[in-house]
Write a protein that binds this ligand. Structure first.
Ligand SMILES: [Zn+2]
Length: 445
């Protein structure tokens, strides 16, 4: 009998597919070859002698699910973690973050800070992230070294930035990104990010959107994060932010709007009509007291809403399990209704809806034959996960990132039994500590 060759065979106690039917498979067996899922089936249907696998993962009491997708990060800001807390957004941004970035952000700092963030993300179950920052080449190189799937977006704002000192040369920066990373790896998707409608002129917003459309790239921006932004845009353009952006012509299904904290009914209708996707970052919104985004109302309008942690200076961690817990609870208290934002829906936001937000739903976000093998394996044999009536409940209300044992990205085991396979964590932490020492002293990196 000819055996089917596999790269990896994974056994578990329970598997959440997170496909549109949200099927749950008991005692699952999963086969992986060439980075893709070949089959998922219950063990009773599995014919042992029909396959030969290069590697087998088989541990009792484990849950297999799609890797989590973090749709909004500024990874290198791990270097600023805990540096400026307990401040309102505009003070935090203009008095602390922007000056620190102007002084310390360099290709080396972005590489080291991003690598640290990737170690933290892999250790807490994230397999795909969407980052927006400067020196994007360093982020993409770090993702390749870590073996992570990444949307790496170049940040733009209307003042000199560390990688674009002359804002009139923004399109040169776009060209460099595209030349280096478009089509370079199945793991890396380049994208473009305008900081916000208040920090980018209409010309910048339009120019960057045109470049994104021409190159078929995702276009992102922070939108309606604070009440202050609403009055600023209203004063400047005589319209609410979402209406201003629609009239400008930058809203469509390749636009990912981050935060959307203060959208009203009319603006939500505009987002739904234009097909815009949303990244919800509740912990950042809470920490900066920005507000509570009307997510249940957006979901009622079928706007795809995903989860993001935002940067480590405004969260201050990258654990999407904590973000899921917060997302589930914040909307219950905001609406005084415990039935909104159910656990199952929140897990979908961190998986398949995350893939939709990034335009990657054909490739990732669920465990189905033919999709990329991006998955995580959790250890269920723990007091805080015992007993288990409903796995979705545990994932949102009881689990943390440290329950993730093993992580597989594109068929590649990047963490096994909590050991990182591609990253030297001690060396990475040493490097970031050295950068933080220079930041404390105020010296240039
Ligand atoms: Zn952000």
């Amino acid at each position: 009998m000819i055996k089917t060759e596999l790269d990896l065979l994974v056994f578990g106690s329970l598997l959440l597919t997170m496909s549109s039917q949200q099927a749950v498979v008991e005692h699952p067996v999963l086969g992986i070859r060439d980075g893709k899922i070949v089959f998922v089936m219950p063990r009773k249907d599995f014919q042992e002698g029909a396959y030969c696998a290069k590697k087998v993962l088989n541990r009792r009491d484990t849950l297999i699910m799609p890797g989590l997708i973090n749709t909004h990060t500024h990874l290198a800001m791990t270097c600023f973690r805990g540096m400026a807390d307990d401040l309102p957004l505009m003070t935090w941004l203009h008095e602390r973050i922007f000056p620190a970035e102007a002084q310390h952000v360099s290709p080396q700092m972005v590489y080291a800070g991003s690598l640290l963030a990737m170690a933290e993300m892999i250790l807490s179950g994230t397999t795909t992230f969407c980052d927006s920052y400067f020196f994007v080449d360093s982020v993409a190189r770090a993702a390749m070294d870590a073996g992570m799937r990444a949307v790496v977006s170049q940040g733009f704002i209307d003042f000199p930035t560390p990688d674009t000192p002359d804002p009139s040369r923004q399109l040169d920066t776009v060209e460099r990104l595209i030349a280096s990373w478009k089509g370079a790896s199945p793991l890396i998707q380049p994208a473009l990010f305008c900081h916000s409608p208040y920090s980018c002129s209409p010309e910048t917003l339009l120019r960057i959107k045109a470049a994104a459309s021409r190159e078929n790239l995702l276009y992102m921006l922070h939108l309606s994060e604070t009440r202050e932004e609403i009055s600023l845009i209203q004063e400047r353009y005589g319209r609410k932010p979402a209406l201003f952006l629609r009239d400008l012509g930058v809203l469509d299904s390749a636009t990912l709007a981050v935060h959307c904290t203060w959208l009203d009914e009319e603006e939500m209708a505009v987002l739904a009509e234009c097909g815009v996707r949303v990244s919800h970052a509740p912990q950042s919104n809470m920490k900066l007291a920005s507000g509570i985004a009307p997510i249940p109302a957006m979901q009622a309008r079928r706007i795809p809403v995903s989860l993001g942690t935002d940067g480590s200076a405004s969260n201050n961690d990258l654990d999407l399990f904590r973000e899921m817990d917060t997302a589930a609870k914040i909307h219950k208290i905001a609406t005084m209704d415990p039935t909104v934002m159910k656990a199952r829906q929140v897990v979908q936001m961190a998986t398949l809806d995350g893939a939709k937000a990034l335009g990657l739903e054909e490739r990732i976000g669920s465990i189905e034959a033919g999709k990329a093998a991006d998955l995580i394996i959790l250890d269920l044999n723990q007091p805080h996960l015992t007993p288990m009536y409903d796995p979705f409940s545990h994932l949102v209300y009881a689990a943390t990132g440290s329950d993730v044992l093993t992580s597989i990205i594109n068929g590649n085991v990047v963490m096994e039994n909590r050991e990182l396979r591609h990253l030297d964590l001690d060396a990475i932490m040493k490097e970031v500590k050295a950068i933080a020492k220079r930041i404390k002293k105020g010296h240039r990196d």
